[in-house]
Design a protein around this ligand. Structure first.
Ligand SMILES: Nc1ncnc2c1ncn2[C@@H]1O[C@H](COP(=O)(O)OP(=O)(O)O)[C@@H](O)[C@H]1O
Ligand SMILES: N[C@@H](CC(=O)OP(=O)(O)O)C(=O)O
Length: 598
């Protein structure tokens, strides 16, 4: 069996002739070392941005088919130049477009999904001793049109080619020497990570870390492709992205920032099944990607839902929200702009209950107010004012001492046996029709949870910190005295007051209520309400958030089964909802049926 390596060079790594020569030299060196080499190359520098701008000169909303035709030329230019550079360096090379490689996609221009890849032509060239230079970011639809895979999509081409060719590894060459604890452009003391788990990297990428495209990590994780992110300018070893079992489990591995968030809140909604399904349907109709989704407990039969969208989708989201509110006899839609989302991600978070409290305390320390909170098992996200974002990232980075060298972690050969969840994913992957099809591996029910809601709480910095430090047993999160907080949800405030809900194991409900009572008592009317038994239903799989259909299907199934949703938490790997304890079984049955899971 020939040993194959895929090397991807991003736009910054092929920006000028000397960089193209340098990239070519790397590929030639790998071939000389005995590997068959597939290069995946992006458009040079800011070429794709330029082409988008150029299209805008003629049409502010250019036809998607023509735009894809145009954008694909950026990569076509760079693969041809790269093949010439390789010949100049004394090796054989052939450049291929997405269509020539045999990458078939669906026909969603601008963000097409890969359905299949034919490898015959690639393999023939490799066996003939040529370096294959593949155009990233593009494919061909069933009807024969050129499609693109979404901005940053060359990473996806590389991961996909590595998967179908059974490559030893997929190397992503870029302008930084690896994955850092946070974007080094924001925090110069950011530290390069030696390795990171697929799940953590997937969360970080989807929460804003631009170093890799989230769908490419989804893909690499699904097919078990080892990925290395490294510098195209130096020989440092880079960062290995591998399975969770082979990397250290840190409470916080890294931070990510989304600068352009906007909030939409639908208020005065009836508290009955079907509300979320209606909202998701209206957003899906307009292809609006929902990011943070927050539903807090209803008061006197009135519910409220908030979500964030990229600022550029705000107008569409607002229009869709107005239709939903009318349909649901809701009261009003409000929006918030100039917001940013900062997130902390770490696979070891479940073992360190104080992470959220520490993040809240740090934000309070710089007098930064938190508008919305959502958490999943391995991340905490806070929506804050955009003009505080950089300062907030730097403060949180320092608070978790992310600039400091970590102690030696677990082994990193990636050969540990698959966990049951990973095995389930593998089984589902084997039955996929299209390579990028959704993987819903499991629908589970945890009936051993309690929900606490604290309201009203004053809307000022420090409140979240006081509450969650108290519940965690103090600022040092001593596990012997605190309760283990699972999901945290804070919705937007009204008239200076907000509400916060969270879940804990049922056995810790009383303790948590007691601990939360102390800070609540200092907030005037603040009251802790406990539901000692609720059920948490989770749909888990790979890359759920990038498939907008998952939320829609989940909420439609719950509505059909007449199950009311109390709280929601979303992440890339999991969508969780809290429902009444006596509705849990009915809910899980309906959702399993909807996703075709036995
Ligand atoms: N956590 C992170 N680690 C490293 N780089 C990051 C991180 N988050 C964001 N970045 C940014 O990602 C950039 C590399 O991605 P990109 O510009 O898309 O490169 P390419 O053109 O090679 O695809 C870096 O210059 C860096 O500023
Ligand atoms: N050229 C495309 C695809 C890509 O992945 O680029 P880069 O590797 O430079 O992020 C884009 O700009 O979106």
């Amino acid at each position: 069996m020939p040993r194959i390596i895929v090397q991807k060079f991003g736009g910054t790594s092929v920006g000028d002739t000397s960089r193209i020569r340098r990239a070519a030299a790397r590929a030639v060196a790998a071939q000389k070392a005995g590997m068959q080499v597939v290069m995946v190359v992006s458009a040079r520098g800011k070429k794709t941005d330029e082409l988008v701008r150029l299209a805008g000169e003629f049409d502010i909303d250019p036809p998607a088919r023509e735009l894809d035709m145009l954008l694909a030329t950026g990569e076509q230019e760079s693969v041809a130049l790269m093949a010439m550079a390789i010949r100049e360096a004394g090796a054989e090379a052939v450049s291929l477009t997405g269509g020539q490689i045999g990458i078939s996609t669906d026909d969603t221009y601008g963000k097409a999904r890969i359905r299949a890849i034919k490898t015959d032509r690639l393999k023939e060239h490799l066996d003939a001793g040529r370096i294959v230079v593949a155009a990233g970011f593009q494919g061909v639809s069933e009807s024969g049109d050129i499609t693109t895979l979404g901005r940053g999509g060359s990473d996806l081409t590389a991961a996909a080619l590595a998967a179908v060719l059974g490559a030893e590894r997929c190397e992503i060459y870029t302008d930084v020497p690896g994955v850092f604890t946070v974007d080094p452009r924001i925090e110069p003391s950011a530290r390069k990570l030696d390795c990171i788990g697929y799940d953590e990297m997937l969360e970080l990428a989807s929460l804003g870390a631009g170093v890799m495209h989230s769908r490419s990590i989804e893909f690499a994780g699904k097919y078990g492709v080892p990925v290395v992110v490294r510098s195209s300018l130096t020989d440092e070893p880079g960062t290995l992205i591998a399975r969770a079992g082979s990397v250290p489990s840190r409470p916080v591995t890294g931070l990510a920032l989304v600068r352009d968030a906007a909030r939409v809140t639908l208020a005065g909604l009836p508290d009955r099944p079907g509300v979320m399904a209606e909202i998701f349907r209206r957003m899906a109709d307009r292809a609006i990607p929902l990011d943070m989704v927050v539903q807090d407990l209803s008061v006197a039969g009135i519910a409220e839902v908030s979500f964030t969208v990229p600022q550029e989708d705000l107008a569409g989201a607002l229009a869709a929200a107005k239709v939903a509110v009318d349909e649901l006899d809701g009261a009003e839609v409000t929006v918030g702009t100039d917001l940013a989302k900062i997130s902390a991600v770490g696979a070891g978070m479940p073992d360190r209950p104080g992470v959220a409290a520490k993040m809240f305390r740090t934000l309070a320390g710089i007098d930064c107010n938190v508008v919305l909170v959502t958490t999943s098992e391995i991340k905490v996200s806070c929506l804050i004012a955009r003009d505080r974002a950089d300062e907030a990232i730097r403060a949180v980075h320092a608070a978790f001492a992310l600039d400091r060298e970590e102690s030696a972690g677990a082994g990193r050969d990636g050969n540990e046996p698959l966990s049951p969840a990973e095995q389930r994913v593998r089984t589902v992957v084997e039955g996929l029709q299209g390579m990028e099809d959704i993987v819903v591996a499991d629908v589970s029910l945890d009936t051993d949870q309690a929900r606490l809601s604290v309201r009203p709480v004053p809307d000022r910095p420090g409140v979240l910190a006081d509450l969650f430090e108290a519940v965690a047993g103090g600022p040092d999160d001593d596990p012997s005295t605190g309760a283990t907080v699972d999901m945290i949800v804070q919705n937007v405030s009204h008239a200076g007051h907000a509400a916060i809900s969270f879940t804990v194991p049922a056995s810790e409900a009383e303790l948590a209520a007691q601990l939360a009572g102390a800070p609540a008592a200092t907030w005037g009317e603040g009251e802790v309400q406990t539901d000692p038994h609720v059920a948490k239903l989770s749909v888990s799989g790979v890359g759920l958030r990038s498939h907008t259909g998952v939320g829609l299907k989940l909420f439609a199934a719950l509505a059909e089964a007449q199950v009311n949703v109390q709280l929601i938490g979303t992440s890339e790997m999991r969508v969780s909802v809290v429902v009444a304890a006596n509705e849990g079984e009915r809910a899980v049955e309906a959702v399993r049926e909807a996703f075709g899971i036995a």
